[in-house]
Every structure is written in C-alpha cells, then in structure tokens.
Design a binder for this molecule. Structure first.
Ligand SMILES: Cc1ncc(COP(=O)(O)O)c(C=O)c1O
Length: 488
C-alpha cells in the first residue's frame, strides 16, 4: 500500500457533512429571548448562514494541519532581517487572555477599567525609562503609524512657530516606511548617502541641512545592522538650524539598557512593540507603534492621553488643544500593550539588557560563519543584524531569491531579500537572541551547503523548494488577486 497523508488538503467547506456539529448551545434564558425579539425584523436572518458542518476533531485537525503547512516561528528559524522574529513567550498570551483584560469593552465605565489604565501607565513608564523620552503615547498601531504620528508632531511644532518647513533628510539605508511616511504627509525626502562604513557622516547632513528642513529621520542601528556612531554630532547640526531628530526605533532590540535615544539628541522615536517586546507579528499585524517624545513636544501627542490628576489618579485626557488629534479608535492594540508589559516585567531591566547583548552576539557569530562564502559588503562589527550579498552566487546563475527558496527545504524561513536597496542581491539576516548556538550552526551549515550546491548542481537551487506543500508561487498575483472567498 502506498503511504498517504491523513490530511486530504481539502477546504473545510468541502469536509462539511450535513448535521455534524462541534458545539452544544444552552437553551435561551427568558431575558435573552426578549433581547432577540427586540431585533427589528429586517435585521434578522431568514435562512441559516452557510457554515461548514464539521465535528470538533475535524475542525481542530483541519486548522492544526493548515498551521504546519506554513512557516512560523513556532516551527523553525525565522531570520527575517528588520522584523525581529524572536520567539514570543506564551506567558504573554496568557496575560493578554485573562478574563479581566480580554473581556473588557473599550466603552466600559472607568470603574471597570482602572486596572487597564494601570497597565498602560506601567508600560509607558517602562518605555520612558528604556528610551529616555518624557512624553509617551501607546495609540499608534504599527511602526509606520508611529512614524506618521511623529511627523504630524513635527509639522504641528513648526506650525506653532509660524514656520512651514517642507523637507525631511533620510539616509539611503532607510526602511521603506520612512520615505513613504514623509510623502504621505506632504513633505519631500532629501536622501543622503551612507559612507563607506555604512553610516551617515556629519558632513553629508551639513551639506543639505538648511532652515527649510523639518528634521532628520534615521534608525539606529540602521538597516545595515550598523550603529550610527555620529548621532550626537548630527543632532547638533540639525538642531543648529532649528530642525528635529526622529529615530525610527524599530531596531531597539539591539539597544535596550545600552543606548537611550532620548539622551543623545533625538527628539522623538517610535517603538515597534510587536517586534522588540514580542507579539506574534508578520503578515500585516497586529502592531503597536508607541511613540515617545521630549518634554517640549509632549503637548502635541495624540489624544486621549493617559495622565495623572493632582490626586495621582489615572485618567484619559481628551482636552488637549495642541494635540495632533486622534490616530485610532479607542486606545491602540491593547493585546500588544499587555504582551509588551508582560515581556518587560518577566525580563526586568537586567534581562532586557541581556536580550540586546545576546541579539548582537548571535548576529556577529553568524556573520563570521558566513562571510568567507557570501560577500560581506560592510565588514564591521554589526549590531542585531547584518547584510550579506549573493553577488558571487548570482555570477553563477543563482539569485538571492533562489537561495531563499532553497532554505525552505531545510525548514528555515528566508532572510529579508533585496533590502536594503544599497546592497545588490542583499540578504538581511537577524537571528535574534532567542536562538541557540545549535540553530545558528544549523543555519550556517545550510547556507554554506547551498553555496556548494550552486557550484555543483545549481538547478537544485533554482528549482527549489522541493519539499513544501506548494512549490514556487506567482507572488505578485497572490498579493494583487488575493482570493479568500469560498464560492460553491
Ligand atoms: C526599520 C523599520 N522601520 C519601520 C518599520 C515599520 O513597522 P511596521 O511594519 O510595524 O509598520 C519596520 C518594520 O519592520 C522596520 O523594520
């Protein structure tokens, strides 16, 4: 008999058998009947919803089988640079799923939500301490939304001074959301080059800084994984012409307990709470892009803003005349806020510092294992991630994209490909602190093994993956013509 898989790969609708259920509902209580009767006739269903009729084990097996078809951090290594795909401790989810937290409605009376305000305050205090910024808002729901808030604050700041500045300086190593945010607010990007060491030089900033520049936006470490060593000098140049310094804090995983952006001349930054403080993310969310600002800029933060009254009681302040306004309904992605709070509490200050130290150690270890076979364009001490190039392999007819597809045959997710744009055939690798030496060695052996295959049988790599449930997909069509509706 030929072995076959118990999972037939059918859609759950196609597994449906009339009359099968996975639940038992209690009879309606009299009060509930009256509530249902109060629903106007035009809003009531006239026929049953067409849902799959399956038993609980069928539903469970269906979704568990689906979950292992895709790659995720709970299945294997995920070195996707710039995304900080660290392991997400399950205790965070336990905290976020506690009844008093998950069952709360954002319109619940204050008496029922004081504990939630305390969580928000506690997290804000931790973020102040970690970043060195006095003002904090947890409202933005993604890193990019934090950037949007930051540039709105910049715009409002200059408006209040009667100035209309139009330009923002951004290095060529910037994450794509930075220039996108600049454009979405009607500013113009002034791009400056990174120098031969992969960092911004003060001279490059001085050459373009004038009194029409609202500010400079950069991440530190930058997207090459290199620490921007000249930020103090650069901040002095920008400030001398009245501009502001924005730090994209998405790479905070390298800095905690080591470098505080608020202490070295930055005026504002966003955090990517979902990355640094471990909410499962990717595939579009959920995110939390808390934003921190200097005391001078605090009045511009979005409302409602969490504050303490003269008696020390927490309240949400809606009366903020200078605020940039509301960016999101209610109070941000609350689950992320709870997870970040749980993550910080469970690590403590010293633990967070070790997180960053180990993230940097792991990246440098891996870089050394790979650098003789893959080109390393910036051979300097890296922070939490590094960028190699597949240029040598491309000359042999194999693209970086093929290497990434081949990695899937070894149960490893691809590094970030073709970014940053200044490195041809880029592979941006971020191992994170949660990976063991054995995992890093496994990845290095696999990468070196693929390089050998490229020499000996390149078609094995150019036709990969060979072992995944689906082979190569038309990724553009998959994004543009997404088809998720079930039609009989
Ligand atoms: C450096 C950097 N900046 C900004 C962002 C944007 O964050 P988000 O995807 O949450 O909008 C990312 C995302 O990974 C990033 O890596």
């Amino acid at each position: 008999m030929k072995p076959r898989s118990f999972d037939d790969g059918k859609l759950i609708y196609d597994k449906s058998k009339s009359g099968r259920t996975g639940y038992t509902l209690p009879a309606l209580l009299s009060g509930e009947k009256e509530i249902l009767a109060a629903i106007p006739a035009e809003f009531r269903r006239t026929n049953d919803a067409k849902l799959p009729e399956v038993t609980e084990p069928t539903a469970m097996r269906h979704f568990v089988n689906l979950s292992v078809k895709n790659h995720h951090i709970d299945r294997g290594f995920y070195p996707l640079g710039s995304c900080t795909m660290k392991y997400n401790p399950k205790v965070n989810d336990v905290a976020a799923s506690m009844a008093g937290i998950k069952d709360q409605h954002p319109l619940s009376p204050k008496s029922a939500t004081i504990g939630l305000l305390k969580i928000m305050w506690g997290l804000s205090e931790f973020l102040r301490e970690i970043s060195g910024f006095a003002g904090m808002s947890l409202q933005p729901v993604a890193g990019a939304a934090g950037e949007f808030a930051g540039l709105l604050i910049m715009r409002r700041y200059f408006q209040s001074r009667g100035e209309k500045r139009t330009k923002i300086i951004i290095p060529d190593s910037a994450h794509g959301t930075n220039p996108a945010t600049v454009a979405s607010l009607g500013f113009t990007t002034v791009q400056i080059p990174s120098n031969e060491k992969g960092v911004i030089s003060p001279a490059a900033v001085a050459a373009v800084m004038d009194d029409n520049v609202a500010g400079l936006m950069t991440t530190n470490p930058n997207t090459l994984g290199i620490f921007e060593t000249h930020v103090k000098e650069i901040a002095a140049i920008v400030h001398s012409k009245g501009g502001l310094m924005y730090m994209d804090g998405a790479n905070l995983n390298a800095n905690m307990g080591i470098f505080r952006p608020g202490d070295v001349g930055f005026d504002m930054m966003h955090f990517n709470l979902h990355k640094t403080f471990s909410t499962p993310h990717g595939g579009g969310g959920p995110g939390a892009g808390a934003i921190g600002v200097t005391a001078e800029l605090e009045k511009y933060l979005p409302f409602p803003h969490l504050e303490k009254d003269s008696g020390g009681n927490l309240f949400m302040n809606f009366e903020r005349p200078d605020s940039i306004g509301r960016l999101h309904s209610f109070y941000g992605n609350f689950g992320n806020i709870v997870r970040a709070y749980a993550y910080i509490l469970s690590h403590g200050g010293k633990g967070l510092k070790r997180v960053s130290e180990n993230a940097v150690l792991n990246a440098n270890y891996l870089k050394v294992l790979l650098k003789d076979v893959y080109e390393l364009p910036y051979d300097v001490h890296c922070m939490h991630e590094f960028v190699i190039s597949g240029k040598r392999q491309k000359k042999k007819g194999v693209k970086t994209y093929d290497i990434s597809k081949r990695l899937l045959d070894f149960g490893v997710h691809s590094p970030t490909n073709y970014f940053p744009l200044i490195v041809p055939e880029a592979m941006m690798i971020e191992p994170t602190e949660t990976e063991s030496k054995e995992t890093l060695d496994y990845f290095a052996e696999t990468m070196l093994g693929i390089a050998k295959e490229i020499d000996e049988s390149p078609e094995t790599v150019t036709t990969a993956p060979h072992t995944t449930p689906v082979r190569r997909l038309d990724e553009v069509a998959a994004v543009r013509n997404l088809d998720v509706a079930y039609i009989e």
